[in-house]
Design a protein around this ligand. Sequence first.
Ligand SMILES: Cc1ncc(COP(=O)(O)O)c(C=O)c1O
Length: 326
Amino acid sequence: MSLDVAALRARFPSLTSGIAHFDGPGGTQTPAEVGAAIAATLTGPLSNRGTSVASERNAEAAIAGFRSAMADLLGTAPEGIVHGRSATQLTYDLSRTLAKGWGPGDEVVVTELDHDCNVRPWVQAAANVGATVRWLRLDPATAELDLDALDEVVTERTRLVAVTGASNLLGTMPPVARIAARAHAVGALVHVDGVHLTAHSHIDVTALGADFFVCSPYKFFGPHCAALAADPALLETLHPDKLLPSTDAVPERFELGTLPYELLAGVDAHFPGEMRVLGPGTSHCPTAMQSLDIETVHFPGEMRGQWVVGPGGRGAAERVSGGRGR
Ligand SMILES: Cc1ncc(COP(=O)(O)O)c(C=O)c1O
């Protein structure tokens, strides 16, 4: 499949200077239509959500557009999409909510491969209620999780397994479905950090076996915010702390205060463009991503201070970092 790179570049005002921006962790650059949607929503008639007047309906439409765009991207139900300021905030909030049902004797499993966003909230939530944290270790020689220990680490005492869909540092994509199958076999829930994976791979939350999946649109051409996807029926069973007058409906009970309607509109605006441009039926398929992939960044083995993790030379099909595991 061929891409009209010049036409795509032209939609990104930040690229007109001719400077390429490679600060991936800070987010991708943003196409003009996202900025336009944010400005139009923010400066148009806007108030709290509702159905009576235009300003309320605009807020309502922004929320509906956000939920349906994210559900479309992730293969889930719009009613199970929760807005958050960031994946970090969503994970902290969820960890506190789930921990209400944990106590001494319960265990939570985190991994050495994960961004701290999917580690610290669980470690702290477990500590607050006297639950135990178990670790899936990273093998530095292979840059993979040590899954020989999976059955020993994930046991009948496990209440939750937190694992990344892809490491932002190494590009490693652990076999989430296999880990989730073990977790479900012992009655545990699975929380997947999809922040890095979502920018690189077609996502099917159900096929991954994720009970909870978080990602952040600012990593894939959208505004700075995040979404949590889960089965609405599962969300119904959870009770986060919330204000008395706030609705107890799902997913709203997980969203505190007034939503940033303009950012929600910005998320919706970018899906018809950037995220769907790479192939019908897939938001962004790995094959197209490979054709865009920057050729291998070579670090000479003898470079002082370099620590080479993993076997090196693995292709983008197996690894989703900007470089290729070297
Ligand atoms: C893999 C991964 N998880 C989580 C995060 C944190 O995301 P957020 O900034 O939305 O909290 C990042 C940010 O770089 C990330 O790369």
